[in-house]
Each structure stands twice: as structure tokens, then as C-alpha cells.
Design a protein around this ligand. Structure first.
Ligand code: ZN
Length: 238
């Protein structure tokens, strides 16, 4: 880790920026455009958009939890989560786009209404982590920023805020350090550096920040090791 730690204000800014990029990415999509493949295996763009909209509603449940103290989980069950994506992806393009925007706006409005004390209330994520509500903007930032790229229109990692990319590399590196994998040291030309602990030889990989972020999140990055061979494949992230 090399960048300054992310702040709450950073995460709220990135959530808005990522949502705008997502809106831009889907703005020109008709039904055929939504039916085209996304960058995620087995998912169309409509699946990604429905997932991002459902995520906003799920995070709004956690905002409600923080505001009221009433436990309202993100999703009722994994089946309910999958069913929401299936229903959403079958919507006509204009309705899917409208849901994406409406759900994002409602989440922002809900967060705007939280008091300082409510932001400190603990909630439980879909992965079972107990976190203060102040983590919600960061969770949302990851979703909207990374999936804006996954929509495979014309948004790339280079379009995301550089400080977001550095924070995401920190986050993913910390998460990956807990799971077995190849040992990799990643460096940018400007001197930032992330290390994935692992067994065996350490792969030395250099690239620009967007490419390193794409690689760490398991997306196509075309990064090479010092001897010119492809960087080792990483398992799933999240
Ligand atoms: Zn997601």
C-alpha cells in the first residue's frame, strides 16, 4: 500500500462518479444493446445493469437498518438476489435504465439523510461482515465503478478516478492476501506498489495503475512479468 488511506468523503465522491459513468455507459443502449455480452462471463449487459440496480436497493436496506435499528438485510436470500437480477434483465431497455437511475438516486438520498450518529450504526453485509454504515459508500463505489467497466461499452479502468483505483488495489490486495495464490509484486511506473503474498517464486509485474487494478480485480489486463510472459492468473475476487 502506498496511497493515503481512503476517507468517507472520498468514497461518497467515488460512488457518485461511478454512478454517473454507469449512466453514461447505458445511455445509448436499446434492447439489442443490453442483450450484448458484458465483460463478465455468462452475463449480458442487462444482467450487469440489473445487478447494479438491485445492489443500490440492497444497500438502501442497510441504510434503513442504520437509520432505524431495524435489521433489514441486503437480500432476503441468495435465491431472492438471483431472482431480482433475472427480473431486471428481462425489462425493456428504457425501464431497466430508469431503474438503474432511480435506485441509485434513492440510495444517495437515503445516505444524505443519515445523521452522524446513524452513520456509526453497525449493519451486516450480504457476505456476513458486520460494518459501520460509513462503509456503505465504499461498497457502492466498488460496484458502480468496476461494473461501469464490465458493461463493455466505452468505459475503461482509465476513466475511473486514480485515487479510487489506488484504494481499490489496497482493498483487493488485503482481501487476496487471506487466500492462497501466486506471489506477485505489482509496480506502477510512478512508484506505487502492491504485494500479493503466495508460495513459490515471486512474479514481478509492472504496468500502469488502470491495468494493475484490472488485473487485481480479475479482469483482462494483458500484464506481463519481467521476462515477458503473461502475469499469473488470479482467482475470483469478491
Ligand atoms: Zn457486483
Amino acid at each position: 500500500m502506498t496511497a493515503a488511506p481512503r476517507t468517507f468523503a472520498d468514497a461518497r465522491r467515488w460512488a457518485l462518479a461511478g454512478a454517473e459513468l454507469t449512466f453514461d455507459a447505458v445511455a445509448g443502449l436499446d434492447d439489442a444493446g443490453y442483450a450484448a455480452p458484458s465483460a463478465l462471463p455468462g452475463w449480458t449487459r442487462a444482467h450487469v445493469a440489473a445487478h447494479v440496480a438491485a445492489n443500490a436497493e440492497a444497500l438502501s436496506n442497510l441504510v434503513h437498518w442504520a437509520a432505524t435499528g431495524e435489521p433489514t438485510p441486503m437480500y432476503a436470500s441468495p435465491e431472492e438476489r438471483a431472482a431480482g437480477i433475472e427480473r431486471g434483465r428481462a425489462l425493456p431497455a428504457a425501464r431497466l435504465t430508469a431503474w438503474l437511475r432511480r435506485s441509485a438516486d434513492a440510495l444517495e438520498a437515503g445516505m444524505d439523510r443519515l445523521t452522524d450518529e446513524q452513520w456509526r450504526h453497525e449493519v451486516v453485509t450480504a457476505q456476513g461482515r458486520t460494518v459501520p454504515a460509513t462503509e456503505l459508500p465504499w461498497m457502492r463505489s466498488r460496484e458502480v465503478c468496476v461494473h461501469a467497466v464490465d458493461l463493455a461499452t466505452d468505459v475503461s479502468f482509465a476513466d475511473l478516478p486514480a485515487d479510487f483505483l489506488a484504494a481499490l488495489c489496497d482493498d483487493v490486495t488485503a482481501k487476496r492476501a487471506a487466500a492462497p495464490g501466486p506471489a506477485v509484486t505489482l509496480r506502477t511506473v510512478t512508484g506505487s506498489r502492491w504485494e500479493l503474498p503466495g508460495t513459490g517464486e515471486t512474479f514481478q509485474v509492472t504496468g500502469d495503475l488502470p491495468a494493475i487494478t484490472a488485473y487485481l480485480t480479475g479482469r483482462d489486463a494483458d500484464l506481463r512479468t519481467a521476462d515477458g510472459s503473461p502475469a499469473p492468473e488470479l482467482g475470483a475476487w469478491l
